[in-house]
Write a new protein. Structure first.
Length: 399
């Protein structure tokens, strides 16, 4: 689905940002106006123009708040949070770039200001994890009896704040408590604490569940876990070992993280491993050459080198072999919803492989072109996506 840009990656990220209009996280005119000011494929232009829009929007929110227009302030802070998020998306070629932390922090602060203005205020949390903490938001459905609760975490490039627009708000409207959190490799954890992605994601999710079951507003027998994008590997991995998860959603499902990348180079897993081990310099040169002409590859490699703690592409690929569910998928016991999109561009074929390997109760859900929901994580079709996903969860939990 092409929007403004010829570059597919820029077009997709514009669609993703526009998607959040339905949850007050964007406005169509603001997004289109920003897009038309951006030079296609120019990462600095992207950052500069989105930053202008974010700053302009934040000023409107501040004025509304000063004048006690709380609904207006809340909705405008939400948009500013999203615009700051997308402003720093393409500038990860230098992990030391101070704008990364600056814009990420502004996104979080705007979101937290918005959270203070809801009738049910957002709780800003730090959940103990190893020798540090994980940033999180807990949002109650209401103040009645203990509620079923959904944990949502991002994938490779999402943030905790973005999760509100991408599934959290829809869950709350349906009567679920919602806990949005970031783990190592994600959001503020990589930006502020420099913790990289671990393959054993259960070690990340278990402390989150430990925290949830201490709350008297959480029904401990109805806890769901939802992972988006690369989270479609992380969430099933956690569910294989953390059996206090009673339902798991993988949007989209990933069985072998590296396999689709190797397939693009017409290699299977064994061939890819031999190439990487025996010809690391050649691997690096091939990838660096591709990065010069392909914005998607450039962004993906730059972002992943940082978040997986690798210095070169061949080191990154070697780490990628660890992100495979082959040895643990049969340990998953809870019902699984495995989601695919007809034009999935990052992990094509992986949802079906995950679904086929599962032995727990399972459902496969394909979003299609006919439904206008064919893009990765159903970008641009969040209303339909949330409807179908939460209808499934309602049925699992008997709601």
């Amino acid at each position: 689905m092409k929007i403004i840009f010829d570059d597919h990656t820029y077009s997709f990220e514009m669609l993703r940002t526009l998607s959040y209009t339905v949850e007050k996280g964007a406005d169509i005119g603001e997004c289109l106006n920003t897009g038309y000011r951006i030079t296609d494929g120019d990462d600095e232009s992207w950052c500069r123009e989105w930053l202008k829009t974010a700053q302009f929007t934040e000023k409107i929110a501040e004025k509304s708040l000063t004048n006690e227009h709380k609904v207006s302030a809340r909705e405008t802070y939400l948009r500013a949070s999203n615009y700051y998020r997308i402003a720093e998306f393409f500038i990860h070629q230098d992990a030391e770039d101070p704008r990364i932390l600056e814009l990420s922090s502004k996104s979080s602060k705007c979101f937290q200001k918005a959270g203070e203005l809801f009738q049910q205020k957002f709780e800003v949390l730090e959940i103990p994890y190893e020798n540090t903490t994980l940033p999180a938001y807990f949002i109650k459905a209401d103040n009645s009896k203990p509620k079923p609760t959904i944990i949502i975490h991002p994938g490779l490039d999402g943030t905790g704040e973005e999760l509100y627009f991408g599934g959290g708000a829809a869950a709350i409207r349906r009567g679920y408590n919602c806990l949005l959190f970031e783990g190592p490799g994600q959001g503020r954890v990589i930006r502020e604490r420099e913790l990289k992605f671990p393959p054993d994601w259960e070690a990340v999710v278990t402390p989150v569940v430990d925290y949830l079951i201490t709350r008297d507003d959480v029904d401990p027998d109805h806890i769901a876990l939802y992972g988006l994008s690369f989270g479609g590997y992380l969430a099933p991995r956690a569910a294989a070992f953390e059996h206090r998860i009673h339902a798991c959603i993988a949007n989209g499902g990933i069985y072998d993280f590296l396999e689709p990348q190797l397939a693009k180079m017409q290699m299977n897993r064994e061939q890819g491993l031999n190439w990487i081990v025996n010809s690391p310099e050649e691997v690096d040169q091939v990838i660096y050459d591709l990065m010069k002409t392909d914005a998607e590859i450039r962004w993906a490699i730059q972002d992943s080198l940082w978040k997986f703690g690798s210095d070169t592409p061949h080191e990154l690929f070697l780490k990628g072999f660890k992100y495979n569910l082959k040895d643990c998928v049969k340990k998953i016991q809870c019902p699984m919803l495995v989601i695919d999109s007809e034009k999935e561009q990052f992990f094509a074929g992986q949802p079906q492989k995950l679904y086929d390997a599962l032995q727990s109760p399972k459902k496969f859900m394909l979003f299609t072109v006919e439904e206008s929901a064919e893009e990765h994580c159903q970008a641009g079709a969040s209303s339909l996506s949330n409807q179908k996903i939460y209808d499934w969860l309602d049925n699992i939990f008997g709601i």
